[in-house]
Design a binder for this molecule. Sequence first.
Ligand code: SAH
Length: 349
Amino acid sequence: MNDKVDILSMSMDELIEFMEKIGEKKFRAKQIYEWLHEKRVSSFTEMTNISKALQDKLAVNCDIVTLREVKKLESKDGTRKYLFELNDHHVVESVFMSYKHGNSVCISSQVGCRMGCKFCASTIGGLKRNLTVSEMLGQVYEINRISGQRISNIVIMGTGEPLDNYDVLIKFIKIINSEEGMNISQRNITVSTCGIIEKINEIADENLKITLAISLHAPNNSIRKTMMPIANAYDYDLLIEACKDYVKKTKRRITFEYSLVKGVNDGIECAKELSKVLKGILCHVNLIPVNQVEERSYRHSSKDTILAFKNVLEKHKIPTTIRRELGSDIDAACGQLRRSYTKDNNKEV
Ligand code: SAH
């Protein structure tokens, strides 16, 4: 890493401040911001409405962080998985998915993860470091550039726990949503969390219109504890209370993710218990057939079990969908590509 300023990570306000600090006019900030986030150039020389002198000054002092594509896998269903190398040679994965309602990009928020969920490949090597704002933006910008396709939805559901990298996450959302940037509607941004209660409370106060998705995966604390170590730190009932408060404050429907694992959390009794827990909450349940990870013993439930689970929830008037298994032929789920790449290349994960 060098000590140049990471200009792509700056909010408009920070850029204005920076311009003043280096003796430039404030209005230059808006021009530069648009070059970086709307036109998305990769060098200062392409910023044709600013002087050569300022271009040079910026080039000396600042870096425009870019990610390097090291691997791309394409699924039969059109899902594309990218592995990007960062400047310090860590790799992160991101996924492009095409839906009827538009194209979605799923991005990572950290290199690795320290949450330790038992079914997840992303956490096996632990947390290496947080991503920067520019590295989160870079995943979207690069996929947009490579694919040439419009991106209308962002899901922060790749490797990492976004609420464990909170300030970067909020800045990322503001920049990707900004009019002078990609202008992606907040309503089309989903943040998925394993349930860090104080951060759920904090994000409820940010006045954002995003969708919050909670990785619940269990109808009670004792089952949740066997799957997710975070359940030892944050009590189940308190998590549900925090979700209720979130809905009350934001008036936004919350999503509960529930990965079904054979014999662990997929029985009719679990479905009934979950229905009771979620009764009266403005929510939606997304059932995910667990993606089998080589290093993990968890197996996915049968189709019939999944449908029976869904029926119970729907009988209790809880809107429920089963996640389409996009890209399962290309290890698209949850850190598996990064893991296989680092293993194949004998790199530390
Ligand atoms: N840390 C965040 C976001 C990353 S994980 C979170 O916990 O929500 C994105 C989603 O995929 C989470 O719901 C996570 O629990 C789920 N997930 C991880 N590994 C999985 C697997 N092998 N099969 C099914 N879902 C998985």
